[in-house]
Design a protein around this ligand. Structure first.
Ligand SMILES: [Zn+2]
Ligand SMILES: [Zn+2]
Length: 172
């Protein structure tokens, strides 16, 4: 996988995500939803049951990249709700170039690289966050929770309380 291929398929993945969202919102999966709630209803309280849908791309070397992970989860036998587990695209600046890869991956070698701010060195190629690579915060969306906003003047996210390490980011 490289970022050019990724940028080509990403809009199509979004279409698939929209379709699945409509399917889960609609009535077509009513029988499955009822079964899922029934399964969950057989379990003790605080258990949950999930039905997952994922879209993965596997390269000729057998490396698999999950680009979409969603599905339905029922808690305590309630009506199943849609849940998302996929990682969204993130912009990075690598040796001066802007590269877009899924959030949990390395923008250079595509190794899985989660929680970059806590583990600032790529486990695959040793790329160092804050040195060779920085997170490009174009929109000011918090890279941790993707819900709140952060800025150079206010680096603590109001949603998740995570502080953005200013050595690790560049502003678009
Ligand atoms: Zn790497
Ligand atoms: Zn946040």
């Amino acid at each position: 996988m490289d970022s050019e291929l990724y940028e080509q398929v990403d809009p199509l993945i979004d279409d698939v995500a929209d379709q699945i969202g409509e399917l889960i919102d609609g009535d077509q999966l009513a029988v499955l939803k009822a079964k899922l709630a029934e399964i969950c209803g057989c379990l003790p309280g605080e258990f949950s049951a999930s039905l997952d849908i994922s879209l993965r791309i596997t390269d000729p070397e057998g490396l698999t990249l999950p680009l979409l992970q969603t599905g339905m989860t029922s808690f305590d036998g309630t009506e199943p709700q849609q849940v998302w587990g996929d990682s969204t695209p993130q912009d990075y600046v690598v040796f001066g170039d802007v590269v877009v890869v899924p959030n949990d991956y390395c923008p250079q070698c595509w190794a899985e690289w989660r929680f970059k701010q806590r583990n600032p060195k790529c486990p695959g190629c040793g790329l160092q966050l804050g040195r060779e690579v920085k997170i490009l915060l174009d929109s000011g969306i918090c890279p941790h929770c993707e819900r709140g906003t952060v800025s150079a003047g206010n680096p603590v996210c109001v949603e998740c309380n995570n502080r953005v390490n200013l050595d690790y980011v560049v502003w678009g």
